[in-house]
Write a new protein. Structure first.
Length: 187
């Protein structure tokens, strides 16, 4: 277990260096990943993807849900239909596995590429370590965090650490940055 964690940390560090030095572009990786998923979907569905029968019709296909029941799915365009099929066929993917900490690390790597101040990154690390690492959010899957959980945890942090307004605004910068990044990445 400890060896596996070391290997994973080494891989993450290597990936972060590749991003920081501009060797690997996250946007192009996600675009390639989505393209591969679409190619896979076009090869694997047991049901045909059919174009609209009329001018105002919709693209459609079927899929089997978790219970094995056949479900119909429709969209205005083929691209929209494929976008709807991705979460169905790739239910246990990157986004499903992404934790709050994973999103933080991803955002911080991105932030390091757009800021010239190493002190800013250092401060974000310190704030995260102090306030969010001991939090229930740290290990939670992003998909499981709703507005209520986030609000409760933020209120707890403010109360527990008796944060003045200025310090809370500094800490909140991490949350705002992470979630803005996630929205821009369609996470």
């Amino acid at each position: 277990m400890k060896e596996n964690r070391k290997t994973n940390n080494l891989k993450l560090s290597l990936l972060q260096d590749l991003i920081n030095f501009g060797i690997l572009d996250i946007d192009s990786v996600l675009d390639t990943l989505m393209s591969k998923k679409i190619d896979t979907i076009l090869k694997i569905p047991p049901y045909a993807i059919t174009p609209p029968a009329t001018e105002n019709g919709r693209w459609q296909t079927c899929y089997k849900d978790e219970k094995g029941k056949r479900k119909n799915i429709k969209a205005l365009s083929k691209e929209e239909l494929l976008d709807k099929l991705i979460p169905i066929y790739f239910a246990n993917t990157y986004i499903d596995k992404l934790t709050f900490y994973g999103l933080y690390e991803e955002w911080l790597a991105y932030k390091a590429t757009v800021t010239n101040s190493s002190n800013t990154i250092k401060r974000h690390r310190q704030h995260y370590r102090k306030y969010f690492e001991p939090s229930v959010l740290h290990d939670m899957k992003i998909k499981k965090i709703d507005e209520l959980i986030l609000e409760q945890e933020c209120n707890r942090i403010v109360r527990e650490f008796n944060l003045p307004r200025k310090e809370w605004c500094n800490v909140k910068t991490i949350l705002n940055g992470m979630y803005t990044y996630a929205v821009r990445k369609n996470i």
